[in-house]
Ligand binder design. Sequence first.
Ligand code: BDR
Ligand code: CA
Length: 312
Amino acid sequence: MSFQPIMLDVDTGVDDAAAIAYALGLEADLVAVSTVAGNIHIDLTTGNTLKVLSLLGAEDVPVFRGASRPLIKPFQDAAHIHGGNGLGGATIPDALADEADLTAPEAIIAMAEEFQGDLTFVAAGPLTNLAIALSLRPQIAQQIGKLVLMGGAFFNPGNVTPYAEFNIWADPDAAAQVFATEWNEVIAIGLDVTHQVAITTRMWEAIPEKFSGAAGLMRKIAARTFTERVRSGFFLHDPLAVAVALDESLVTLEPYAVEVVTDGEERGRTIVRDGGNVLIATEVKAEVFLRRFCDALGMPYVQDDAGLDGAE
Ligand code: BDR
Ligand code: CA
C-alpha cells in the first residue's frame, strides 16, 4: 500500500458511501471530498456525503459542493438503483459539519496546486466537476499526480444501455473532455472489472445487525438491494477505484486511447483504440480486493461467487 493525499469526487450513492468508508478504513490520507449530481440530486449527494463522513468520525474532511447538472445534457438520476434518498432509503444521523465554501471545481484546482504532482484524484461520479476545473485551469492535468476514474464499459456491455456505463452516460460531454486530456497518469476502472466485485447476499447477511460504524452502514444502505429489489449483490464500483488508487497491482492495466460517443443511441459508449495513454483495467484480483474491503470496513469476508449473477 502506498499513502498519498487523495481527493474523492462522489455522487453518494450506495457504492460511493462504501468508497468513502473504504478510504477511511484504510486510513488513506483523504484531504477533500467533492460532490456532483449523478446517482441523485446534488442536495442529496452533498448531504449524504457529509452524513457518511460524520458517521465515520471524519467530519473534519472538507466537503465541496459541485455541479448540479451535466455540462449539456439534462440531469437524470439513478434513484431506482440507489433509492430515493441515494442511500438505499437508510436513515443515518445528521451531519456534524457543513459543506465548505469553495465550489468543487475551485477546490479541485486548489488541491491540485497545493499538492503539486502528489495528489491522487478519484472520480466516482459523472465527470462534470473535473471537466469544469479543466476548462478553468488546464494545468491541473499536470498538477494532479494520478487520476483514477470509475467509468466506462470498454470491452463489455454497459449498465444504463447496452453501450454505456452510468457515469460516462450521465455526462458524456464531460467524459469526452477528460479522456481527450493528456494527464500525468490516468486509470479507468470500468464495468469490465467492477462487475467482478460485489457485496453479495451472503456477505451482507454475515454482518451482524447490531454492528455500527462502517460495517453497520454497509448493512443499512445495501438492505434494499437484498430485500425490496431481491437482487443477489450490489457492485462495489467506486470502492474498487479507491482500492486501485492505493494499489495498482490489484488490476491489469493496458494503455488505450478512449473516444466517448456523446449523442444518439450509443451515447456514453467508450470506444477504445490502440496508441493512447489511458490505462484501462482489464482484469482484477477480485478476492484480494474483497478481503481487503471487508477487513477495512470491519465486516466478515464470505466467499460468494454465485452472488455476482444477479447483482446490480
Ligand atoms: C457507477 O454509477 C453509479 O451508479 C455508481 O455509483 C458508480 O459510480 C457505476 O456505473
Ligand atoms: Ca458513484
